[in-house]
Design a protein around this ligand. Structure first.
Ligand code: KG4
Ligand code: ZN
Length: 346
């Protein structure tokens, strides 16, 4: 099985070819990612109109390159997948329409993949993790704890009531004059900062539903920053370290509660899985690995280049669906909103 996957829901244009290995995991034959970050950096966030235009400009070339690197032609494919949402609708339309056109021309099955399902199934691409498992999905747009029971069978245990974790990193970075996206520079600054200098809150800690709240933490950080302004390099590093330490505490506590809920409502998880851009964060990964170890589980977190948005995770989700006979027809809609729980297998 060979599946092409296109990703255009946010600020990465991506195309990849993935095939199935005999042990049930996947092989990435190509994974082309064109990041638009430079085009959005000046605005401190993604500008939808700029994103849509940039996707149009590179998607054809990128798709050609993904096929060429994989050493295959369109006719060799078993299916063509695109992320059909959730995301910025102009961008989603670019990828989905491209996939529909290729599917029509090459007479191949179309797979309209939920972008979140791509992140949710990445651990099966890399590690053939069996169902069910507990997933922490944390990116710029989403923060969810999900029981992944099967392809298209997702039970959301908890979510954020306000900002996503990645969004909080981005906002903190902006506040402190660090570049976008904020996760990597905040993590870097935190390395040389004092995590105990600023006593920041740990919102939701101890609550018995595994939900998150990040906006109060961000506001508390802003107040602390205003108190010590103008900020020195040390101030910025200490603020980043204090913020990241608070996020780590919250993530561990919320995930521990989700594990308990999982055991009660679903059964024994095969693993703890982290996915989404925030899963690239070293201290968060290490804390989750410790938590998993205490619970007698393995932490499966994708390699860094598969944490963020890319075509391989979309191709893989498409391949998993195709294997179950779940192809879509050419009327599949582009969706700005599309909760993971609604990405049903039927
Ligand atoms: O999954 P992703 O690439 O795109 C979305 O679907 O949102 O995630 C991007 C998000 C951004 O908010 C970025 O700041 C965050 O992931 N991120 C990180 C790190 N690397 C990326 N957050 C914390 N630490 C990191 N090292
Ligand atoms: Zn994503």
């Amino acid at each position: 099985m060979l599946v092409l996957g296109l990703e255009t829901t946010c600020d990465e244009t991506a195309a990849a070819v993935v095939s199935l290995r005999s042990d049930g995991s996947g092989v990435i034959l190509s994974n082309e990612v064109f990041s638009q970050i430079a085009q959005h950096a000046a605005y401190g966030g993604v500008v939808p109109e700029i994103a849509a235009r940039a996707h149009v400009e590179v998607i054809d070339r990128l798709t050609g390159r993904a096929l060429a690197t994989a050493g295959i032609g369109l006719s060799d494919l078993s299916g063509i997948a695109a992320a059909a949402g959730p995301g910025l609708i102009g961008g989603v339309l670019v990828g989905l329409t491209t996939a529909k056109t290729l599917a029509l021309v090459a007479r191949k099955p179309l797979l309209a993949v939920n972008h979140l399902e791509g992140h949710a199934l990445t651990a099966r691409l890399t590690d053939a993790v069996p169902f069910p498992y507990l997933l922490l999905l944390a990116s710029g747009g989403h923060t969810q704890l999900v029981a992944v029971r099967g392809v298209g069978d997702y039970l959301r245990l908890g979510t954020t009531v306000d900002d996503a974790i990645g969004e909080a990193f981005d906002k903190v970075a902006k506040l402190l004059g660090l570049p976008y996206p904020g996760g990597p520079p905040v993590e870097r600054e935190a390395e040389r900062g004092d995590p105990e200098r600023f006593g920041l809150p740990r919102p939701m800690l101890g609550r018995d539903r595994p939900d998150f709240s990040l906006s109060g933490l961000k506001t508390a950080l802003r107040i602390e920053a205003e108190k010590v302004a103008p900020l020195t390099g040390t101030d910025v590093a200490d603020l980043c370290a204090s913020f990241q330490a608070a996020v780590v505490d919250v993530v561990v506590d919320r995930t521990r509660v989700a594990l308990k809920l999982f055991r009660r409502e679903v059964g024994h998880p095969s693993a703890l899985v982290a996915a989404g851009g925030v899963a690239a964060n070293g201290p968060i990964r290490r804390a989750l690995a410790r938590l998993a170890g205490e619970a007698g589980l393995k932490l499966v977190a994708p390699p860094l280049d598969l944490c963020g948005d890319n075509g391989a995770i979309i191709a893989w989700a498409g391949l998993e669906r195709l294997r179950l006979g779940l192809a879509d027809d050419l009327t599949a809609p582009a969706r700005a909103r599309w909760p993971l729980e609604a990405a049903t297998a039927a």
